[in-house]
Design a binder for this molecule. Structure first.
Ligand SMILES: Cc1cc2nc3c(=O)[nH]c(=O)nc-3n(C[C@H](O)[C@H](O)[C@H](O)COP(=O)(O)OP(=O)(O)OC[C@H]3O[C@@H](n4cnc5c(N)ncnc54)[C@H](O)[C@@H]3O)c2cc1C
Length: 318
């Protein structure tokens, strides 16, 4: 079987699970596509998972209330071994990166990290991934009975849910003692949707001019649209915005339904992180800017005039 590990929060699966499912479906490998949902009181996430996978395995235990790499890895490896999984898919998120090597060791499996594509070639699994500061894309092949793959968020189009729900099965787990405990959690107060989860993204480049203009225009438009906020590396390097918002080869990969590019020239390194967006709308005062080669709708003009007008219009129609 293909075993996928579901990341979820507040009863909802993360977008990366949908993307991982798409990767699993295109593989068409032997056995059911299985989603493993671990945690405490996870019935909502498991019900959502049942619309994506061929079967859902649920480990719903108080001991799983808080994520812990050691405990999670033990649970995943146990289920992978009992179900004779040949492919184990996890998200290349912080927790996926932390947990996947442990799973690979326990299952004596090859590990392919940060896959941006995945296919079967003969009896091997082949992935593409960026390397050398993302200047090089390399192809790696894993042979052997079991392979663990982490999937780069944003690299695959999210899968559509199935029409009917798959069966869910509770699993019995033998878990190790937890050695780490989270003693405090400080949550950043933000109403804004996380970049990886957003259906629309408003991104700003150097052409926005200043950090103040970024807050007013890029965040202002994002607020009206309920969108995530992104930035180019030029903006992040200038210290206007945090690295977490950088999109591109050395930042995040996103694939929203709509990507607004404000004052962004369209360098290949930026395009590689957002070029698969369903619709790209660009505002740039330079009609020759490379971004226009990749946009569905392009507005040639000064964003400092156009964006405030857009925000005003959206406020009146809200
Ligand atoms: C190894 C490597 C990795 C990199 N990784 C990344 C990455 O992950 N992400 C990334 O973004 N970049 C990355 N870069 C940098 C990339 O090459 C570009 O330098 C960067 O994307 C440019 O950012 P920008 O579009 O904001 O700025 P610029 O290229 O300076 O473009 C600014 C644009 O704003 C327009 N403009 C100016 N004023 C206005 C106005 N008033 N109204 C409308 N338009 C206006 C200009 O016409 C111009 O097109 C990487 C580079 C290297 C070498």
């Amino acid at each position: 079987m293909i075993l996928m590990v579901a990341e979820h929060a507040n009863g909802k699966l993360s977008k990366s699970v949908y993307e991982m499912t798409e990767a699993a479906r295109t593989l068409q490998r032997e056995g059911p596509i299985t989603l493993l949902v671990l945690g405490k009181e996870v019935s909502k996430a498991a019900a959502e998972a049942a619309l994506l996978a061929d079967q859902v395995l649920v480990g719903d235990l108080p001991a799983l209330a808080e994520y812990d790499a050691e405990v999670w890895a033990a649970a995943i490896a146990q289920i992978a071994q009992e179900g004779e999984a040949h492919t184990i898919l996890m998200s290349a998120t912080r927790s996926g990166r932390e947990c996947s090597p442990r799973v690979a060791v326990k299952c004596d499996a090859a590990l392919m990290e940060d896959a941006i594509s995945l296919s079967v070639v003969g009896d091997a699994l082949e992935a593409e991934r960026y390397t050398f500061l993302t200047r090089v894309t390399e192809r790696v092949r894993a042979r052997g009975p079991v392979t663990v793959v982490t999937i780069k968020p944003g690299a695959f189009t999210p899968a559509k849910p199935n029409g009917s729900a798959a069966e869910q099965y509770d699993v019995e787990l033998t878990l190790p003692e937890r050695r780490l405990n989270v003693t405090q959690r400080m949550t950043e107060k933000s109403e804004r949707i996380a970049l990886a989860e957003a259906d629309s993204v408003v991104a700003g480049g150097r052409g926005v001019g200043t950090p103040e203009a970024f807050a007013e225009l890029v965040e202002g438009l994002a607020d009206q649209l309920g969108a995530g906020v992104a930035a180019t590396r030029a903006v992040v390097d200038a210290g206007w915005r945090p690295y977490a918002e950088q999109v591109g080869q050395t930042g995040k990969t996103v694939q929203p339904k709509i990507y607004w590019a404000l004052g962004i020239s369209g360098a290949v390194q930026h395009l590689s992180g957002m070029g698969k967006s369903k619709m790209i709308i660009a505002i740039n005062k330079d009609a020759e800017a490379p971004i226009f080669k990749d946009t569905d709708y392009g507005i040639v003009g000064d964003l400092k005039e156009i964006v405030p007008a857009l925000i005003r219009e959206l406020k009146t129609t809200a």
